[in-house]
Design a binder for this molecule. Sequence first.
Ligand code: COA
Length: 261
Amino acid sequence: MNFSNKVVFVAGGTTGINFGIAESFVAAGARVAVLSRKQDKVDAAVAALKAKGGEAIGFAADVRSIEALDAAMAATAAQWGAIDVLVSGAAGNFVSEADQLSANGFKTVIDIDLLGCFNVMKAAFPHLKKPGASIVNISAPQSWLPTPMQIHVCAAKAGIDQVTRTAAMEWGPKGIRVNAIAPGPIADTEGMKRLAPTPAAAQAWTDSVPLRRWGTRQEIARVTQWLCSDDASYVSGVILPVDGGWSLGGSSAMSSALLAS
Ligand code: COA
């Protein structure tokens, strides 16, 4: 894919899936801005992206702060011009039974994942290229599959899907496409470390995927780039599973395993 001189903003882009996406856009020639909470992670990510020969900048900010996001988007546009691609992937996750989860624990994940996604899109909107910009939000199969120990994530990701679809309707007439991807189990991610903390749990996840393996960050990045490319120019409002078929039925096996754990 060629994204030469395109401006890409990846919220949550310093680790895991989102860093993989940032790396792939740098490799495709884009100028990439990343944002996450901790300055040391931002510095490390920017250094790694530059080491690959890319143009990169970073912002230490919390997606729960609309003011911080406004400033980061404005600074990106001031430096490089209008934003062509926005990826919103900042997220928090942990495993907890609903009756053990505090109201603040539930709210924290809603605030990071759902409010954070809205904030990222809202702050970016004035700076998005119109027409032509493309947004990809990072959802999850939990958005439509009720999953034990994940009531907070299920609620947050379901909200992200509706934010995605609604923005696709409102911003489509301005020439902005809005989609989401829903990754299944992906290797080398913080989320899966939490969902599969032991070798036995990791194997159970593998067995529950029709393709019998976890996905890679590269596979997520390639689909994200495709969604933002001209090849997907008539695709908007879609929540695309990228999960080796896991959401076709593997989730019921994992639900039993999670309930038994
Ligand atoms: N089980 C149950 N509740 C938990 C929890 C866990 N493992 N971890 C945090 N919480 C609760 C806290 O107890 C607190 O509620 P309380 O005030 O009622 O006690 C609430 O969540 C907020 O916790 P806090 O640590 O202050 O929030 P934070 O904003 O610093 O951290 C999290 C956000 C909770 C999502 C944290 O797990 C995090 O930062 N994770 C890193 C990123 C990540 O999860 N990546 C995976 C992406 S898929």
